[in-house]
Design a protein around this ligand. Structure first.
Ligand code: ADP
Ligand code: MG
Length: 590
């Protein structure tokens, strides 16, 4: 709230001013009730209360109010006032809408930026759905609770305060009774919303589970259908859907009861005031005329709704706070990898990369221990090892997606933590088994992240990556939209697009993480040819499961259980007669 005041002082002030004018105009309309009734019942405008007299005198300057058309005069006056009142209250909402959308727009951008900055390790399996839910549902929730409440806080208190001032002015005694009743209403309605809030929380959790299941289903649709597991998935969905619907039904009913109940409460309060005020009017020496009393009741009934709204808004505000907390948990999450304050400049790769006594674990689970490895400029270093032995983790550490638990990686003799992260990562181009394409044109998928790349460079990269023929076969060529994550392309085509991407980036070091695995022989040949093109004149860190692809590497590194167990050329390792030799024999047999 205070943050808001600081950010939008001008616009908030304007909202307040417009609301204030609007409330004043509506009070003026109510002030017409007394003269109107007096005319109806007594046929004259004598002995009006000073405040009504003020307005009557004002109209009197325009029209002769003693004549019969005085009623018409008053009505016209009231219509004009009411029209203006609504013009002002709409203007206030108009300004408020811009504050509101700016706020939520800013929040979404901030969240998305944060997601891009958070370390990869933050988004482990379960976390991912949760982050999406927070970024989408909770920002929505903030919009509908906090910002709605904010609007109420800026509007309704003005109504309540100024109406009460007039009510006190009309009859202090009656107002003292009335003001005792308002907090009671306020409190009772608050209780109802509080219990609804608890239900809403449970309902939200259940909806989250339902959503995760749908996400999983969409991602795994092929597997589900392939294994004929539709009925299984359906059963899970049905159970989750049922749990959610049960809670929702309960909430709907409770909600439905809340509204008639609070209406009943409101009417009761007005009736009590009616009784007290009525007896005051009928007493032998009345302080209050019947006409003013009618004005009083009309205005008092208008205070009930704002009080109700305020009470609900406070409840909504509290509900929104939990959404704010959930969003803030992401915004405040540690970015772990921090930029050095004065980074060492880095423009080229000159000598070598060295892993020195490097160890790493995921949340306490050790994955790599005491890794020592040197990659010289221009070398092809191959990393092999069983699945789960930590190969991808080594590549991740090399690109600084994580920092080591102990030990370090030196790039041209300098700890990589001392470089600017952006500059450092620009030294690498990654081609991995998991090809990531975006719903965009081929051109943008290849040129991704590059600001000043020419069309010629993209075309040349496509040629190097062996994908030109395919692109030329498309009617719209490079401008072809590949659709959702490029799922309409074959595995080989997808991989060659990702290779073209690596070529355009023209980084000195190429990381290939099982780039040809899970491919049929023909695709693999095309992709391998593309890779051979790219590897020329580069330093290459290649992770492979197929030993045939790494035999020509300058050095082969064998990883087992998170440790380097053998290291050397193909011939050296065969001579050693260790694990490598055994693996070669097994693969030749199969
Ligand atoms: P490889 O690429 O050799 O198959 P990885 O480097 O992917 O192996 O994984 C090494 C080990 O670390 C495996 O046991 C894997 O389960 C675990 N692991 C990989 N990524 C994560 C992660 N984000 N969180 C926790 N454990 C992980
Ligand atoms: Mg891997």
């Amino acid at each position: 709230m205070t943050m808001l005041m600081r950010r939008y002082p001008g616009r908030l002030g304007l909202v307040f001013l417009l609301n204030f004018i609007s409330v004043m105009l509506s009070i003026a309309v109510f002030m017409m009730i007394e003269p109107f009734c007096r005319l109806l019942f007594k046929g004259s405008l004598d002995n009006l209360s000073p405040i009504s007299k003020f307005f009557v005198t004002m109209i009197g300057r325009v029209i002769d109010l003693q004549a019969i058309n005085s009623i018409i005069g008053m009505v016209v006056f009231a219509i004009v006032l009411y029209f203006l009142k609504n013009v002002f209250s709409y203007s206030a909402s108009w300004v408020m809408a811009s504050i509101r959308s700016d706020l939520i727009y800013g929040l979404r951008n901030k969240l998305y930026d944060k997601i891009l900055r958070l370390p990869i390790g933050y988004f482990t399996g379960q976390r991912r759905g949760d982050v999406v839910s927070r970024a989408v549902n909770d920002t929505h929730e903030i919009d509908y609770t906090i910002l709605n409440a904010l609007k109420t806080f800026l509007t309704e208190p003005i109504t309540v305060i100024f109406y009460l001032v007039v009510l006190f002015y009309i009859s202090t005694r009656l107002s003292l009774y009335a003001i005792l009743l308002l907090p009671v209403t306020f409190f009772i309605i608050g209780r109802i919303s509080k219990s609804l809030r608890k239900d809403a929380k449970t309902s939200k959790q259940r909806f989250g589970s339902l959503l995760s299941h749908v996400e999983e289903t969409l991602a795994g649709l092929r597997i589900i259908k392939g294994f004929n597991a539709q009925s299984n998935a359906e059963r899970v969905f049905d159970r989750l859907n049922n749990q959610f619907s049960d809670k929702q039904r309960y909430i709907y009913r409770k909600n439905d009861v809340a509204s008639p109940f609070s209406e009943f409460l409101g009417v009761t309060v007005v009736m009590i005031v009616l009784v007290i005020g009525g007896s005051m009017v009928l007493s032998p020496s009345p302080h209050l005329s019947a006409e003013l009393f009618i004005t009083y009741i009309a205005m008092f009934s208008q205070v009930i709704n704002p009080v109700k709204n305020l009470s609900n808004a406070i409840a909504g505000y509290k509900r929104g706070l939990s959404a704010i907390d959930r969003v803030n948990e992401i915004l405040d999450a540690d970015e772990v990898i921090l930029q050095p304050r004065s980074p060492v400049a880095l423009n080229s790769f000159n000598r070598d990369i060295r892993f020195e006594h490097l160890s790493f674990s995921y949340d306490g689970k050790p994955v790599l221990s005491d890794i020592n490895l040197q990659i010289n400029k221009g070398e092809i270093v191959a990393l092999i090892g069983q699945s789960g032995s930590g190969k991808t983790t080594m590549a991740d550490l090399l690109e600084r997606f994580y920092d080591p638990v102990s030990g370090s990686i030196l790039f041209d003799g300098v700890d990589i933590r001392q470089y600017d992260l952006r500059q450092y990562r620009s030294m690498f181009a990654l081609v991995s088994q998991d090809v990531v394409l975006f719903h965009d044109t081929l051109y943008n998928n290849i040129a991704m992240g590059m600001e000043n790349v020419t069309e010629e460079e993209v075309i040349e990269a496509a040629r190097v990556a062996n994908i030109s023929d395919f692109i030329e076969s498309l009617p719209d060529g490079l401008q072809h939209d590949i659709g959702d994550r490029g799922l309409n392309l074959s595995g080989g085509q997808r991989q060659r697009i990702s290779i073209a991407r690596a070529v355009v980036h023209n980084a000195p070091i190429l990381i290939l993480d099982e780039a040809t695995s899970a491919m049929d022989t023909e695709s693999e040949r095309a992709v391998q040819a593309a890779l051979d093109n790219v590897m020329r004149n580069r330093t290459v860190f290649v992770i492979a499961h197929r030993l045939s692809t790494v035999q020509h590497a300058d050095r082969i590194v064998l990883l087992d259980g998170g440790k380097i167990v053998e290291q050397g050329t193909h011939e050296q390792l065969l001579l050693q007669g260790g694990l490598y030799k055994k693996l070669i024999e097994i693969q030749q047999l199969s």
